[in-house]
Design a protein around this ligand. Sequence first.
Ligand code: NAD
Length: 497
Amino acid sequence: MVKEYGILIGGKWVKSNSGETFDNVNPANERVIAKFQSGTPDDVNRAVDAAEKALGYWRDFPAPKRGEILLKAAQLLRKDKERLARLMTMEMGKVIAEARGDVQEAIDITEYMAGEGRRLFTQTTPSELRDKFCTSVRIPVGIFGLITPWNFPVAIPSWKITPALICGNTMIFKPASDTPLCAIEFVKILEKAGVPKGVINLVTGSGSKVGSAIVKHKKIRGISFTGSREVGEFVTKEAGLKKVGLELGGKNGIIVMDDADLELALDGVIWGGYGTTGQRCTAASRVIVHHKIKAKFERMLVSRIKRLRLGDGLKPTTDVGPQINAKAVEKTHEYTGIGIKEGAKLLCGGKPAKINGKGFFYRPTLFTDVAPDMRIAQEEIFGPSISMIPVKTLDEAIDVMNGIIYGLSSAIYTNDLKNAFESIERIEAGLTYVNSSTIGAEVHLPFGGIKGTGHAREAGWAGIEEFSDVKSVYVDYSGTLQRAQIDNVPGPRKKRK
Ligand code: NAD
């Protein structure tokens, strides 16, 4: 019997009004894991009503006490880490060590945000007028819509839910349809930790029905969206005047200079390009390589790639898990065809694969002699495919790095401090790593991109700003009318009677 899960509205797990469900499949063996509700716009309305009802209570709940609930949630997550990680590998395929990392990221951010309950800083400043007190206070935005992708099924929801909670918002959460189980399990832990009824509501279902109803809903004041650029553009058009945060795709590059430690760069390229089967927003899909070491580095890469073992991520021997679904494999393979047609040289991979006749696997793929304007060097493939682009100088490397619509992550391998600092200054991206790969953000620093990757900054203090508003407060205790910018010559303090 396949288990059926509900949606969460006002503290109750219920069925969707649609009366329909969809299946979720393990991408390593194509077995059905469970059934989930195919939500509707009407379910979204019910969820918004519940969130509206809970808002006053939660907004007035002291922030340090909200923090205590988050701390409890972090402790519960820690206890459940292994179970959640195994579920994640089954649900979306990433290898178990990475799934543990995904849950750890959620533990880290939940602990961080728990602490923010005692800070939520704002500014207090002097006034230009006598006997006037100037400060600012942080207030919740209201009801938030949170829409997430499948590739970090616990970490990304946690980056949105925990700051939204600590800032006093209520929310409707719509997870990706490839990973609803991880989302439900995470929310159940928050419920168990004591998040009151109606504060978090969860509706599963398609982007076109549930997602778009959230984006357009008049009572929702903020949208935090992580996903593709195409859907991000839809959100921008349809969200109206809501506070919108967008975390979209990437086409991240690693520069490997001729002075680099090539063994170190090799580890970084393999990890960045094929970790999570190339399905990270920060995945390294371009290697911008100095022409002097290109041939040697190609040989090193090919030899390492040939040793990578495809398989079920639960097996400790697996290096590269499956892609998320059959459509994703088709897309990666389509780009292999495009690359060959464009004249790039395929060095290895370039084929789908099955294990025991099942699974959505793709062989780690490496192209070389890729020109910067080829489609495989410009468009997000979101699979295990790397394009090597040869360059002659650092200036050329940085031009290539910046010559894309996206601006998420970047890296440079070099032993020359000048190369490193010039790259930090000139690369157009939200993240630059030096002598480390394009992936592996830590939760206390801001995370996000620029240009076509969107404008949100999540995690750390930036997450607090994303999920709260700031109100300026002026308290005039002079006892006279003081007009800012007009009565600007300080007079004597009014005497007490
Ligand atoms: P996607 O855009 O297809 O889906 C993301 C979410 O949006 C899902 O929950 C989906 O159901 C929903 N959605 C789809 N259509 C919608 C609509 N019309 N209205 C509202 N919601 C809608 O992306 P995906 O395939 O789940 O994830 C992969 C993409 O996410 C890649 O482009 C990747 O780079 C990006 N991503 C970005 C970051 C980042 O932080 N920048 C992190 C992870 C993933």
